[in-house]
Design a protein around this ligand. Structure first.
Ligand code: HPA
Length: 247
């Protein structure tokens, strides 16, 4: 079953025919929101609002472990994360959709593994941090929905909630980051630890700090307007993605 983790601008999924809202608890605490079970384009889906229904949970305060554990316990096998980002690479301007293929983690102090005491230590391979199978499906769905989406890009995950300085973006660019967001990690790594297929649709809502129209400042109104426009396209891709799935 597909799970959709909705980020900023996607606190609910209006096209979902809701069957059940389930509040759950895990060993790691409560997830960000109730799990919303329903049918999207005829297929069963579970939806979770990463920042809570009222968008009140900051990126560094999201209980990523509870979110992933709850989705796995609910029977999710394929996790599609929707996340708004800033574009570092010049062609990634506002309203561009990207299906990233790599990650650099700049976050700190987040509970980022299931494999610590009392669990035994285990190491997982993270060479390819996203599920290539699921990435391909998302890209095919985007094409089917007539929505352009870039194949590949490196997502740099920052701590937030503040945006970055221009110099921080310059450093990230030198590191090879194409996109900057605040929630991609530890979400992707925790999904891997649970053996879930995980991929993301990154929605570019602004040029990263010091780049393009953000040379002097990033205006939150512009960012929100770009997000509202782009999210309709993301919903079309999600419908096309799950339409083929009947499990
Ligand atoms: N930086 C970090 N996270 C973001 C940005 C950004 O510029 N835009 C949207 N999420």
């Amino acid at each position: 079953m597909y799970a959709i983790i909705g980020g900023s601008g996607l606190a609910s999924l209006p096209d979902l025919d809701i069957v059940e809202r389930r509040r759950v608890a895990t060993l790691y605490g409560e997830p960000s929101s109730a799990l919303v079970f329903g049918r999207l384009a005829g297929s069963p889906v579970v939806f979770l609002a990463r920042h809570g229904e009222a968008h009140s949970i900051a990126p560094h305060q999201v209980n990523y472990r509870a979110n992933l554990r709850a989705l796995a316990d609910a029977g999710a096998t394929d996790i599609v994360a929707v996340a708004s980002v800033g574009g570092i690479r010049a062609e990634f301007g506002p309203e561009t959709l990207v299906v990233p293929d790599q990650i650099i983690d700049y976050t700190w102090g987040r509970a980022s593994t299931f494999f610590e005491q009392p669990e035994p230590v285990r190491h997982v391979d993270f060479t390819q941090p996203y599920s290539e199978r699921l990435r391909r499906k998302i890209l095919a769905a985007a094409e089917q929905a007539g929505e352009g989406a870039y194949d590949g890009g490196t997502y740099g995950a920052t701590q937030g909630p503040r945006l970055e300085s221009a110099a921080e973006i310059t450093r990230m660019e030198r590191d090879g980051a194409d996109l900057v967001g605040m929630t991609g990690m530890p979400e992707a790594a925790l999904a891997r630890e649970l053996n879930l297929d995980y991929a993301a649709i990154a929605v570019v809502v602004n040029h990263a700090a010091g780049r393009g129209a953000s040379e002097q400042e990033i205006r939150m109104e512009d960012l929100e307007a770009a997000l509202a426009r782009a999210i309709a396209r993301v919903r079309a891709i999600l419908r096309a993605l799950v339409a083929g799935a009947r499990t």
